[in-house]
Design a protein around this ligand. Structure first.
Ligand SMILES: [Zn+2]
Ligand SMILES: [Zn+2]
Length: 341
């Protein structure tokens, strides 16, 4: 089969590899589409903490089951599916509580022997596989995984009906988190970024306010004036220096910041602005099965304007161009899908 490799930093190539052999509990999926994720770009740049080149890239996927292992009971050939791309050991205290994302031996595509999703075929263990609802396209099915990140972040933030929410960073994850916040009842959804086209996408996806903060001094003050008050919750979807301080400036007393973005290196912030105002900073790592199920339901209910978010659909032969577009933010690239016809 053809598979898209990040062979070295900034080097994406298509290679011929054997179709993965199925373990008894696995299904084989003929991939229709795989998404390029921000974390794939970290791998592309050679910066990802644990997913290193050379690797078959990708963890977002939708496609059709073409064969099932002997022990598989819930799926059959022809099922249209997506995958929650993480596995736990199944027996630690976290796994037993359904918190696969906390498992100390968490597995994911592109790590160990598990191939990435950006290939003609992708093998996945049965418990990680989810049927797509009737009528849900593969394009939308690919969004289940990144949307589950947003759903999880919204849950970690404790977003409630009527909340004022700021999302810092208008990449696909930020915008999917914004959509999840809206679906959870947030009535003010402010999005900041430094690219106008990304903010246009934010508006198309339902953001109530946007701000290009490039070279804007004291933008946190302006943001609060724009929405008429302080924010209840802030979701950080851009791991840039200074952003934790800015988040705390946006927040009301007792408010909560959730960090979704991957940061590089140690971050510093003014702890006074946290301590005496009882603000919280909460981490956020992938999702749980419950988040994935919620993401599927919300997508089926139309919570995400996927047409606004998906900027490009490229054949796997042009995957290198897709990575370049996302990395350079060229050609108004937002979510880029790689397809296997
Ligand atoms: Zn992703
Ligand atoms: Zn475990």
């Amino acid at each position: 089969m053809k598979a898209v490799y990040v062979e070295d930093a900034y080097k994406v190539v298509v290679k011929e590899v054997d179709i993965p052999e199925l373990a008894p509990n696995e299904v084989l999926i003929k991939v229709a589409a795989a998404g390029i994720c921000g974390s794939d770009i970290h791998t592309y740049k050679g910066l990802h903490p644990f997913r290193k080149p050379p690797v078959i890239i990708g963890h977002e996927v939708a496609g059709e089951i073409v064969s099932v292992g002997a022990a598989v009971t819930k799926f059959q050939v022809g099922d249209r599916v997506t995958v929650e791309p993480q596995t736990g050991c199944g027996s630690c205290e976290y796994c037993l509580r359904g918190q696969t994302n906390y498992c100390g031996t968490r597995g994911a595509p592109g790590i160990g022997g598990w191939y990435g999703t950006m290939a003609e075929y992708f093998a996945a263990p049965e418990p990680t596989v989810f049927k797509l609802p009737d009528g849900m396209s593969y394009d939308v099915g690919v969004l289940v995984e990144p949307f589950a990140v947003g759903v999880h972040a919204v849950r970690k933030a404790g977003i409630e009906v009527g909340d004022k929410v700021a999302v810092l960073g208008a990449g696909p994850i930020g915008l999917l988190a914004m959509a999840a916040a809206k679906a959870a009842g947030a009535t003010t959804t402010f999005v900041s970024d430094v690219m106008d086209y990304a903010l246009d996408t934010a508006s198309a996806m339902g953001a109530t306010h946007t701000m290009n903060i490039m070279n804007v001094e004291n933008w946190t003050q302006q943001a609060k004036e724009l929405v008429g008050g302080e924010f209840d919750k802030v979701l950080i979807a851009a791991g840039v220096p200074g952003i934790i301080d800015q988040s705390l400036q946006l927040l009301r007393k007792g408010g909560r910041v959730v960090t979704i973005a991957m940061f590089h290196g140690t971050q510093t912030f003014d702890i006074h602005n946290l301590q005496n105002q009882e603000k919280e900073i909460v981490g956020c790592m992938t999702y749980t099965r419950a988040d994935t199920l919620t993401a599927i339901d919300m997508l089926a209910a139309g919570a995400v304007n996927h047409e606004a978010l998906i900027s490009h659909k490229l054949s796997y032969e042009d995957a290198a161009e897709g990575f370049r577009l996302v990395d350079k933010k060229e050609d108004r690239s937002m979510k880029v899908l790689v397809t296997f016809a």
